[in-house]
Write a protein that binds this ligand. Sequence first.
Ligand SMILES: Nc1ncnc2c1ncn2[C@@H]1O[C@H](COP(=O)(O)OP(=O)(O)OP(=O)(O)O)[C@@H](O)[C@H]1O
Length: 251
Amino acid sequence: MPAPIIALDRVTRRFGATTAVDDVSLAIAPGAFVALVGTSGSGKSTLLQTINALVRPDAGTVQVEGRDIADGPPHLLRRRIGYVFQGDGLFPHMSVARNIAVGLRLAGTPTGDRVAEMLDLVELPRDLADRRPDQLSGGQRQRVAIARALAPSPAILLLDEALGALDPVTRDGLGTRLRALHDRLALTTVLVTHDMAEALLLADRVLVMAKGRIVADATPRQLATGGGGEGAQALMAVPRHQAERLAALSR
Ligand SMILES: Nc1ncnc2c1ncn2[C@@H]1O[C@H](COP(=O)(O)OP(=O)(O)OP(=O)(O)O)[C@@H](O)[C@H]1O
């Protein structure tokens, strides 16, 4: 594997008596699309947030682009990392354009045509730029959140249940678009999701978390053909069962 763009070495994070992330080591190659799946409370969001320093580990180190993130200021790190979380997190009183430009303004980068470019990138009409978030649909808001995360040209995109609140058709369409953006912009993407089918269809590599640990690390093909171990196959039961029931309907 080429030098990892993200490397966690024995990372642990506790909240009181709960060990949210338990001694996790992980290397992610540049350009990878990694899905992090697992049941609620297994530590996915906490692990994701150690990468952009929203969560500080109690033990262990996190390196991004070869540097220990504890050594530099978080705002510089976060310019290299786009972050989208569930519920979009847009500023409700700001226009779409101002929301998209927030990261650029913080970095002191001229906005120029960037807002229009970003709207094109996420396939939203440019005339939405002057609307406020509450004048958009949920799917459109989520696309604005993605545009905002990508506006400063980050190398890494972290998505925490970014598609979770959407209807299945919008979710599927936006997922496909995200994968295309990932490929086109040569991003490294880490997607937290509850949905194993989404992970299998979008990612190159699926990590399964349980009780703060990574219990499986496999490709979608390995998982689909019965690999990845017990923890992974337990999560595979849902999409497999659904596929079987759908197939049975057409017989
Ligand atoms: N700020 C916090 N304070 C206290 N406990 C926390 C905090 N953040 C997370 N936890 C606990 O750490 C554990 C892991 O939480 P985390 O949000 O990382 O899981 P998750 O897999 O992302 O869950 P979900 O899928 O429900 O979002 C849980 O038991 C949670 O209650």
